[in-house]
Design a protein around this ligand. Sequence first.
Ligand code: PBG
Length: 326
Amino acid sequence: MSFPVTRPRRLRATPVLRKMVRETTLAPGDFIYPMFIVHGQRIRREIKSMPGICQLSVDQAVLEAQEAAELGIPAITLFGIPAVKDSVGSENFSDEGIVQQALRAIKKALPELITIADLCMCEYTDHGHCGIVEGDEILNDATLEILGKAAVSYARAGADVIAPSGMMDGMVSAIRPALDAEGFVNVSILSYAIKYASAFYGPFREAAEGTPQFGDRKTHQMDPANAREALRELALDLEEGADMVMVKPALPYLDIIRRVRDACHLPVAAYNVSGEYAMIKAAAANGWLDERAVVLELLTGIKRAGADMILTYHAKDATRWLRGSD
Ligand code: PBG
């Protein structure tokens, strides 16, 4: 049956009708809000390439988390900028580390908000790499030990979820037993299972002060050209015991989000990363794009591709727009 009997425009005639047949809906409950935590008091230092996003001291992070929670955002994810960087990233596994302090303060103020601790070494090391470095090599297995120690420290500080983001082989199978041995059997693991070596992380590296001092991340992060390999990474993380998996970045990898969604039964997160955010903010500031419309469209696209959860710097704005309160 085709035209003139069939007319798809019939179902697009009014806003109510369009809403009734809508296949994908976006809601505040889909978002995870990333935050950058620094030492000090009363600090809100805006990141130049990420307008609207600040490095926050713990007191300010509590206020920001409160605002997110009140808007209906269920979870935040924390990145730390340490006081001192060294070759093994000591502050990462110190109970007095900046993220540990923030976790305790946020959990105390907002016990129901889900706290996710990003787990990587690059923000904490003086060389800016995601692992222990020997010569110009990033050592895999030596790094795993440190990740296990840091995961336990985050769990002790109150993290509900540990999110290893360093793309070391075996990271989930190192963290799970480390957590379990300390009694944290109910702390879950959101693995950055499929993370590409992307140029879209540029602004984040300014925000988290974790630019590698030499070389790049191509020996551990994935080649943007590969899709089958994503399924291999996924299979390994499933076997190792990940509770949730992430694809990152989001927009150039919507096909990967779809494949991952179809290939497993775990919740799938997608990370709408700093460079994706920066592009929108820059175009909007120039009056070249309608920020509200494009943000809701791109977040809908990420969800339609198969993401159950979206880590996004737009989370607070998008929530206000969705609730029609702005
Ligand atoms: C740390 C980490 C990075 C991001 C999240 N965790 C940077 C990187 O791998 O270089 C990027 C997030 C973003 O760009 O918003 N490994």
